[in-house]
Design a protein around this ligand. Structure first.
Ligand code: C2E
Ligand code: CA
Ligand code: CA
Ligand code: CA
Length: 278
């Protein structure tokens, strides 16, 4: 394997841009990562702000590269999209997240929703519906416990988006719009598309106490979501003051470091079991 690795870099020259070299390493690594079992899924709880109960978890992919160490998804997901490797990797995340959610239920923990990020390329893949249906069947997870996090770019990129979303809804899964408000898209899609939840992007949440405009935007998103009968969840909640702001304005759910970072499934199940016996 090492020999092969070397051959792949035979055209390397010392003056070659370091970033380009890293990108090549990442791309080669991504191709091998699945079979080498270098990926893991971590889970971040989503809390009902009214009751303080965990209603769901978001599945977030983690990658440990043998040489580069932990690589951030912000770095490797765009590359996986570019190369199409997001298709097999994304399918693995979907399977793993549903398997884990079902396994928590089988352990006797209260059923929770699991939210899985679906990238634009993955969404446009013709067999997405087939993949979702197969994963639900193979893992035995009931569809109401699966939420798919989509971005506004999906709606812009695909003229079939509405049809695919309708079929996902017919299957029984729920749909949320991730990073809501950052996609520069027209709001009219909100009345056309079968969406359940808006996720307020963390760039808005971050400054709600310091910046009156961000506060106004967040307030407006919450009100609009409720008027459209959508649920709203704020991401990136890091402080009690932010949570207080959101609670007062009737945001439904919150997610962020204030409650928990994304953590390994065994750590989360320990916390969940602790909550049951507490
Ligand atoms: P995202 O879907 O918007 O996920 C939220 C990101 O914010 C995660 O970063 C999470 O760890 C981080 N985060 C959560 N709470 C807080 C907080 O209170 N403060 C701050 N500063 N950050 C917080 P992460 O895990 O590095 O993921 C980055 C992005 O990579 C995700 O953004 C998502 O777009 C993408 N991604 C991650 N896993 C997957 C996956 O399985 N499939 C796809 N297609 N994309 C993924
Ligand atoms: Ca997300
Ligand atoms: Ca997000
Ligand atoms: Ca994001």
């Amino acid at each position: 394997v090492k020999e092969q690795g070397k051959n792949n870099f035979q055209f390397y020259t010392p003056d070659m841009n370091e970033a380009v070299t890293k990108k090549m390493k990442l791309e080669i690594g991504l191709r091998k990562g699945l079979e080498r079992r270098e990926f893991k899924v971590h889970y971040q709880p989503q809390m009902d702000v009214g009751t303080g109960k965990i209603t769901g978890v978001e599945a977030l992919l983690r990658w440990h590269h043998p040489e580069l160490g932990n690589v951030s998804p912000a770095e490797f997901i765009p590359l996986a999209e570019e190369t199409g490797l997001i298709i097999p990797i994304g399918e693995w995340v979907l399977y793993e997240a549903c398997r884990q959610a079902k396994s928590w239920q089988d352990e006797g923990l209260p059923p929770m929703r699991v939210a899985v990020n679906i990238s634009s390329r993955q969404f446009q893949q013709s067999n997405l519906l087939e993949a979702v249906s197969r994963v639900l069947h193979d893992t035995g997870l009931e569809p109401q416990y699966l939420e798919l996090e989509l971005t506004e770019s999906i709606i812009q990129d695909s003229k079939y988006a509405i049809g695919t979303m309708q079929k996902l809804k017919e299957m029984g899964t729920s749909l949320s719009i991730d990073d809501f408000g950052t996609g520069y898209s027209s709001l009219s899609y909100l009345k056309l598309f079968p969406i359940d939840t808006l996720k307020i992007d963390q760039s808005f949440t971050r400054n709600i106490l310091a910046d009156a405009k961000d506060a106004a935007l967040v307030q407006t998103i919450i009100n609009m979501a409720h008027n459209l009968e959508l649920k709203v969840i704020a991401e990136g909640v890091e402080t009690q003051e932010q949570l207080h702001f959101l609670t007062q304005r009737h945001c439904n759910e919150a997610q962020g470091y204030y409650f928990s970072r994304p953590i390994a499934p065994e750590d989360l199940s320990a916390i969940l079991r602790g909550r049951l016996t507490a």
